[in-house]
Design a protein around this ligand. Structure first.
Ligand code: GDP
Ligand code: MG
Length: 730
């Protein structure tokens, strides 16, 4: 018989740290069905039949945030055999709010007071025997980070699960409230087991309409609610919240000894500087500059060059020693293919399609590893929480969370880790919005396109590159504002409640684990979706009709390829954007494999087998084939439209929902199209005085866009009790 134990607690109370310590590498990480909330399950070390579940961090069991819904549905629906309720000992009052609700579920609970190492330092004392007696459940002290007491906690939880002894609810609220609860308990009859009745009764009194789904017959409790509301002159939800805090205060007063005058901890001292009004942003800028500089420019650049030019390029020298030459992967594969006498088309597919395509993607891995180490470090030492806090005030204005900043910053290097970094955003709505907008920022692979357009059509004007970033940032801000006013993103604005955990030195294993989790999901993707798409595109580019017969083409015959045929069909779509030429359309499509491809494809289309990164060989030809406004529209379209397959794969994975994935990609393409069209139409009106149906459409679109941006919007004001209660606890 396997035993299921759930870890429940507030965000940042140390659940994941405890989970990692208890399960080691025995983990399974996935998502909760249909939502973007991460689900972590693992086996307790040394116990094959004990499954541990890391629930999302929540402040209450109200169904307001997605995390709360997920955690609550799991606890009510699946009923684990025991719950380890983790309580941040440095914040005990606020944490106990959730505890009082968890104990009502009628599931065996053991409370683990975490962060004991910090409590010991500050000299605070908790009388756990007394606390346990007051609360009606067993209490243990642990430090998840240091590993103290966790084994005992786990063993007690297992024993408790096997004994099936649930916590005894000892809290008693005001007499009137208790009477109402008792009355509702009676009405519930036998449809709910005795030990769960209190939970259901309270939820019914709180008018929690989601709880109704769990019941067969819903008792009418309106009389009880009305009586309470009249007696307390407040809504029942607030009344019960209040009762919980009254109860918690009494428990805490009884068993916790605060250490007289509160000393400033080292953490507080650091925060005084790091989150200081004036210093916060400059410090943050410096930190990010270092991270970015090291992971993208120096170490990362070196690693990527090594991977792209060495491992997947011309081979490399081990330790830089001349005699230790390691041939490149393509040449090894080529040798092997020749040795077995592989057919030409097949070796073409393997070499030019698979190895080149997947190799281009895998080439990013070393750089990503460097970046991920930094991020994991900043995250687990506690700095990321501060960053989110600092940026939140700014980002909130356009519907994003402070935590969205990190993904976007990373996105300037590569959209794939950028999108993946959005995982640190707990709130579902904020995360989706971030995933949708992160790739608007020009990534490293888009720079060659910018260089090409700037060089070929704008004489290398200085403003082209900055304008690309400006377009990206503007797209993010406008999208944020527009999307947040749509129904999909409406709903309770997620309050920014975030615990700032005490700074500490992260452990090497935690940093490496977090780095590897991210890198591995990227590598897996390269092996699946990217592999498939490169094969298809390779096929489309290399096969076609020459002189009436279908077959494989030479490199110069791209004009005859299936891709060209498709290009001809789709090119008219882009005519209103000023570049209805099939070559431009094909170049844009090839950008889907990797944005670097755009320049290379142009090269092939203009008859060059090899071109420089910025395609300087064919600047003249390109300049002759289209006006500058059209080229700029082409540039903007490529900046904003769907990213490369790798990034799309990341979007799909992080969205964890096919509808949202298509919505995100569709939105990006639509925005790119509309902006490109407006640029070209308005641009030609100004530069050449051309006026036509396209111009009218452009103006209609611009007006529509402005309307979407400025239309009135009522921020939902049902800011939930969640926030109120947290404010009270502070
Ligand atoms: P979760 O949000 O509940 O999963 O919390 P995490 O496990 O991510 O921990 C939040 C932060 O608290 C991290 O920075 C941890 O390193 C830190 N932390 C967790 N447990 C302890 C502990 O026992 N002592 C100290 N000092 N820090 C801890
Ligand atoms: Mg966690």
């Amino acid at each position: 018989m396997s035993v299921k134990i759930a870890l429940a607690g507030n965000p940042n109370c140390g659940k994941t740290t405890l989970f990692n310590a208890l399960t080691g590498s025995n983990q399974f990480v996935g998502n909760w069905p249909g939502v973007t909330v991460e689900k972590k399950e693992g086996k307790l070390k040394g116990h094959k039949d004990v499954v541990i579940m890391d629930l999302p961090g929540i402040y209450s069991l109200s169904p307001y945030t997605l995390e709360e819904v997920v955690a609550r549905n799991y606890l009510i629906g699946e009923r684990p055999d025991a719950i380890i309720n983790i309580v941040d000992g440095t914040n005990i009052e606020r944490n106990l709010y959730l505890s009082t609700q968890i104990m009502e579920l009628g599931i065996p609970v053991i409370m683990a007071i975490n962060m004991m190492d910090l409590l010991e330092k500050s000299g605070e004392k908790i009388d756990i025997a007394k606390l346990g007696k007051d609360l009606g459940c067993e209490v243990v002290e642990i430090s998840a980070l240091k590993g103290t007491g966790i084994k005992k906690a786990a063993e007690k939880a297992v024993a408790l699960a096997q004994s099936k002894k649930s916590a005894e609810v000892v809290h008693s609220f005001d007499k009137k409230v208790e009477d109402a609860i008792d009355a509702v308990k009676v009405m519930l009859g036998s449809q709910v087991p005795e030990e769960q009745k209190r939970f259901f009764a309270i939820k019914l009194l709180e008018r929690d309409d989601k709880i109704v789904e769990q019941l067969n017959t819903v008792p009418d409790v309106s009389n009880e609610i009305k009586a309470l509301e009249d007696a307390f002159d407040d809504d029942t939800e607030s009344i019960i919240t209040n009762e919980r805090y009254v109860y918690i205060s009494s428990v805490v007063a009884d068993s916790c000894k605060k250490n007289g005058a509160k000393k400033l901890t080292t953490s507080d001292k650091i925060d005084r500087i790091v989150t200081n009004r004036w210093l916060a942003l400059p410090i943050f800028a410096v930190v990010m500059f270092i991270v970015y500089y090291v992971s993208v420019s120096t170490v990362g650049d070196w690693a990527t060059t090594w991977a792209n030019d060495g491992v997947f390029g011309d081979g490399w020298h081990l330790f830089g020693i001349k005699s230790l030459f390691i041939p490149s992967v393509p040449s090894i594969v080529e040798g092997a293919l020749n040795a077995v006498g592989c057919a030409d088309w097949l070796s073409g597919l393997i070499l030019d399609g698979i190895v080149a395509g997947v190799g281009a993607v895998l080439g990013f891995v070393p750089q990503m590893l460097v970046l991920f180490i930094f991020l994991a470090f900043l995250e687990s030492c506690g700095y990321m929480a501060r960053v989110a806090f600092i940026m939140d005030r700014i980002f909130r204005k356009f519907g994003l969370s402070g935590k969205s900043f990190i993904p976007m910053l990373i996105g300037t290097g590569c959209g794939v880790p950028g999108v993946m970094a959005s995982r640190t955003i707990e709130n579902d709505r904020d995360r989706k919005m971030t995933i949708m907008t992160t790739t608007f920022i020009p990534c490293g692979a888009k720079l060659p396109i910018i260089a090409l357009i700037a060089g070929a059509l704008f004489n290398g004007a200085w403003w082209v590159a900055p304008s690309a970033y400006f377009v990206g940032i503007a797209a993010i801000i406008c999208s944020g504002i527009i999307l947040k006013k749509t129904k999909m993103f409406a709903g309770e604005p997620a309050p920014f409640v975030m615990e700032l955990p005490a700074y500490h030195m992260p452990t090497v294993s935690n940093v490496l684990r977090s780095m590897w989790e991210r890198a591995w999901s990227f590598i897996k993707k390269a092996g699946t979706i990217i592999l498939l798409s490169t094969i298809i595109l390779w096929f489309l580019m290399n096969f076609g009709w020459v002189d009436g017969s279908f077959g494989m083409l030479e490199a110069e015959q791209l004009n005859d390829s299936i891709l060209a045929a498709i290009g001809n069909v789709i090119a008219p779509i882009f005519a209103p954007l000023g570049w209805g030429d099939w070559k431009m359309a094909v170049a844009a499509v090839s950008g889907l494999i990797a944005k670097e491809n755009v320049v290379g494809t142009f090269g092939i289309l203009f008859g060059f087998a090899e071109v420089a990164e910025d395609g300087s060989e064919f600047w003249g030809q390109l300049a002759n084939s289209l006006p500058a406004v059209a080229a700029y529209s082409f540039l903007v379209f490529n900046l904003l439209c769907a990213p490369c397959f790798a990034a799309m794969g990341a979007i799909k994975r992080e969205m964890n929902n096919i509808k949202w994935f298509f919505f995100a990609i569709g939105y990006q393409c639509l925005l790119a199209y509309v902006v490109g069209l407006c640029i070209y139409q308005v641009g030609t009106l100004i530069t050449a005085g051309t006026f036509g149906i396209g111009t009218v459409v452009a103006f209609v679109l611009i007006i529509g866009f402005i309307y979407l941006l400025f239309r009135p919007y009522k921020e939902s004001n049902t800011l939930n009790v969640n926030v109120k209660s947290i404010a009270k606890a502070k």
